[in-house]
Design a protein around this ligand. Sequence first.
Ligand code: FE2
Length: 378
Amino acid sequence: MLRSATFDASVVTVEFDTDTQARFHAIWLRDNALDPETRAPGNGQRLITIGDIPTDISVSAATISNGDLSVTFQPEGKTVTFPADWLAAHNYDWDRVQKNGWLTPGLTTWQRGFDAPSADWSDVHTNPTAKRDWLAAVAEFGFAKLTGGPTDPESLLQMTDLFGYVRETNYGPYFEVRTEVNPTNLAYTGLGLQAHTDNPYRDPVPTLQILYCLENSAEGGDSIVVDGFRAAQRLHELNPQGFDLLAGYPARFEYKGSGGVCLRSRRPMIELSPDGELIGIRFNNRSSAPFVDVPFDQMQAYYAAYRQLGEIIDDPNMGVSFKLEPGESFIVDNTRVLHARLGYSGSGTRWLQGCYADKDGLLSTLAAMETTQPEAAE
Ligand code: FE2
């Protein structure tokens, strides 16, 4: 509920019944008007362009009726109502003094000891609440396991059906992870792999990865996951200048391990939004290309920060390890969570399949489920 409103030609100031105030510009209110001539009633899409708003837009009246705000705009002579709840949800009049590397609300970082979220295959396929909780875990933690699944090849493709679509690449709709004699990629050997994000040489990177176990009787081969956001936070604590270097200059990544493919990207290891939000990690020793975008007099410090980030990622206190059994799988947010593999011996078999998908589809499915499934209906 709104208590009062004051205005001049270019700004409306409202007071909520929670004793908070918020200012809104005339141009902002007009652009976001909720009337059916501005917003299509069916799909909510905006029907006007920025150019349709008069350059001399102004407010000639702002009143409260039934606790909501009613604004009259000139020169159109148009009156539009803004519900108090809508204004509260879209308030932009607040102080922004966030340091580089802040996390969006709703994300929780983790390290060793984390009780990793896990769900059952048949539950997420039959119970919408279980599915929603599993998707919500991926959104919050960037990682979740799924157990009790079938051991048929291509079962992983059914996982993407839960929330979206496979991102097909030059590796195909999915790829095999098992020992090969002449591997096209080091992932296909028994070597251990340092924790990494996949395919940083793509732009955009695949934002989700699924690894699905079909056989695992080999010695070793445990999987390890590391929260790259937690690692970046630690680097920020220990070496804020180093954090700024890794965030402030592009690295280079490249992959040309198979015929007809030459993928290259120029992106930072720590990616921030323009207002400093931590939004992505790219870390992969195998596909790092020579860094040529860091100024000469910063390169030594850049490498020191890179080394320090690597040490944090390798720190046993950072990783959560587990061995996948046949029918078990995990999904990671590939913009955030790194995965590693301990070396494994040639005896026995280790057969995983992997595929990529995208987080926007997962978050969309989750958001749609959260708005259409009130708790009381479950
Ligand atoms: Fe990988």
